[in-house]
Design a protein around this ligand. Structure first.
Ligand code: SF4
Length: 272
């Protein structure tokens, strides 16, 4: 979709993705196009995923080498594709990623990681970091987004780890998926103790059912349970964060000092 057309090309801090344990504070050129391979209820990028007109003047056409030049002009360490999924513009992203690697730059993305084995084999050699947004561990969670099963994502998680890509996993906490997240934490720990898990609190956007939102207190208690479980079972995942309530918790805040928080994130942060 939208080949070589971008809605956003601007420098960001890597934590915006969010990637929290790879080149902290590093400046990257954010690349976002429009559209997505999934259709998730409550998508925080809904405007650029569902509502962009392909002919919109907001979309800027740029070749891969122009994107690389833009990154260099802004003293960026590399390219970070986020806000919509790189799978929506896979060939465009692949071309930029390959050119960036030739120039010695870093490349990463936020993705649902629903790659086929072939497409991942093309992309993985160019990837340095990825935030994998897991929808859940049951196929039902993937059916509701338009996918078939969680299995391709779990396979890709292992492949990317074996390929040496820095991985952070994020998952949305909502009313009925506490046990699923605990199982996910065990599964990640079995792959590596060094993979951070980010827990994001569900925010009911658009037509998403507000009843799915969990309270801050419940999100906190989930994180506490995850920490105990992980410490007791594997001493493994040492970073468990609550993405959307970070500033409500002084203990977590120190991790985020100096990090840019987008206005749309700040809007949903609870009042302190
Ligand atoms: S995969 Fe991400 S960007 Fe795509 S629809 Fe789902 S939440 Fe939105």
């Amino acid at each position: 979709m939208f080949p070589q057309r971008y809605l956003v090309l601007c420098p960001i801090s890597i934590e915006t993705m969010p990637i929290l344990h790879f080149y902290p504070g590093g400046k990257f050129l954010q690349a976002s196009t429009a559209g997505c391979n999934f259709d998730c209820s409550g998508c925080i990028s809904t405007v650029i995923v569902r509502e962009m007109d392909p002919n919109s003047k907001a979309m800027k056409e740029m070749s891969a080498s122009e994107v690389i030049a833009e990154a260099k002009n802004n003293d960026c360490l590399g390219i970070a594709f986020l806000m919509n999924d790189p799978l929506a513009s896979f060939l465009t992203f692949l071309q930029v990623a390959r050119e960036a690697k030739k120039e010695g730059m870093l490349v990463g993305c936020s993705s649902n990681a629903y790659f086929t084995e072939y497409s991942l084999s093309q992309l993985s050699p160019c990837l340095d970091f990825i935030n994998i947004g897991l929808k859940g561990l049951h196929d039902k969670a993937y059916h509701s987004c338009g996918g078939r099963s969680v299995q391709p994502v779990l396979r890709n998680l292992k492949i990317l780890y074996q390929d040496g890509v820095h991985i952070e996993v994020s998952c949305i906490a909502e009313q009925d998926n506490r046990q699923e997240i605990l199982s996910l934490a065990r599964l990640i720990a079995d792959i590596s103790k060094d993979i951070p898990l980010q827990i994001m609190r569900f925010i009911p956007l658009e037509k998403a059912d507000p009843a799915r939102e969990i309270s801050i207190r419940d999100a906190e208690s989930l994180v506490e349970e995850l920490k105990k479980l992980l410490i007791m079972s594997t001493f493994s995942i040492h970073q468990v964060l609550i993405g959307s309530i970070l500033l409500a918790h002084p203990a977590e805040k120190s991790l985020f000092n100096g990090i840019f928080m987008a206005p749309w994130v700040l809007k949903y942060l609870p009042k302190r």
